[in-house]
Design a binder for this molecule. Structure first.
Ligand code: GLU
Length: 253
């Protein structure tokens, strides 16, 4: 099956979809890219109207906070948490405005690793998300950066998105990033790096793949995307890693 056919049938089959949008998609050095958020919201809205249930996992709080306040540039955990607490408001306002244009409500869900490790908390999160989906509201998840301390924090939203996908028993996880997908190597270092169209057996096929580090705006890089993809695959969830700023990437992902 070609990559395109595979994607089309996977996307069409999945009723419940988790879409993770990375900081490198939603922001640049000047802060949030409202045009990108609007464009993604329009695509997600049409998928919802076509009958899909969509949960968004969004990054961008730290980037938005740093763009707003020059005092919050520090690399310490506290500076990052403070930037996230400030930027989370801008991030959610941007999503809310983008969906408002379509008459669609959104909800904010802030989670930590600990929340998902505890049965009762996990159950409550699942119930809330299910209730929201039933009411036609789009749940938008981010890590609760304020209380996430280094030892227990999820580390990045890629892993969070695969946990959320398992939580809501999604059929598909779409990880939107600034790369086209999984490559055989770091394209900046290897001219022969090429895109791997379909990975059917993640355990075997992902072994030994070169994983680059994150860019300046992202946290995860390809390594955590592969980790998230492997986790999701173990739970029977199909995963698509794609370039988030490409037109029509969600509807035709
Ligand atoms: N929670 C962080 C933020 O909103 C992002 C973590 C990540 O990108 O993986 O900025």
């Amino acid at each position: 099956m070609s990559q395109l056919n595979y994607k089309e049938s996977t996307v069409a089959r999945a009723r419940r979809v988790v879409i993770k949008v990375g900081s490198a998609v939603l922001s640049d050095v000047d802060g949030l890219r409202i045009d990108v958020i609007e464009q993604l919201a329009a695509q997600i809205e049409s998928a919802v109207r076509a009958g899909q249930e969509i949960v968004i996992v969004t990054s961008g709080a730290v980037a938005a906070g740093r763009a707003r306040l020059s005092k919050l540039q520090g690399a310490t955990i506290a500076a990052r948490q403070a930037a996230a607490a400030t930027g989370q408001i801008d991030l959610m306002s941007a999503w809310a405005r983008a969906f408002e244009g379509h008459g669609r409500s959104i909800a904010q869900i802030l989670l930590t690793h600990q929340d998902l490790a505890e049965r009762r908390r996990r159950q409550n999160a699942t119930q809330t998300i299910t209730e929201l989906l039933g009411a036609g509201v789009i749940p938008i998840v981010n890590e609760n950066d304020t209380v996430a301390v280094e030892e227990i924090r999820l580390g990045d939203n890629d892993v969070l998105s695969s946990l959320v996908a398992s939580l809501v028993q999604a059929g598909l996880l779409i990880i939107l990033s600034d790369v086209d997908g999984v490559l055989t190597g770091d394209p900046r270092k290897r001219e022969d790096a090429r895109l791997i169209p379909v990975i059917n057996d993640p355990e075997a096929e992902m072994r030994g793949l070169v994983a680059e580090k994150a860019g300046p705006l992202g946290v995860g890089g390809m390594a955590t995307k592969l980790k998230a993809a492997r986790q999701a695959a173990r739970a029977g969830i199909a995963v698509i890693i794609a370039r988030g700023r490409e037109a029509g990437i969600v509807t035709a992902a």
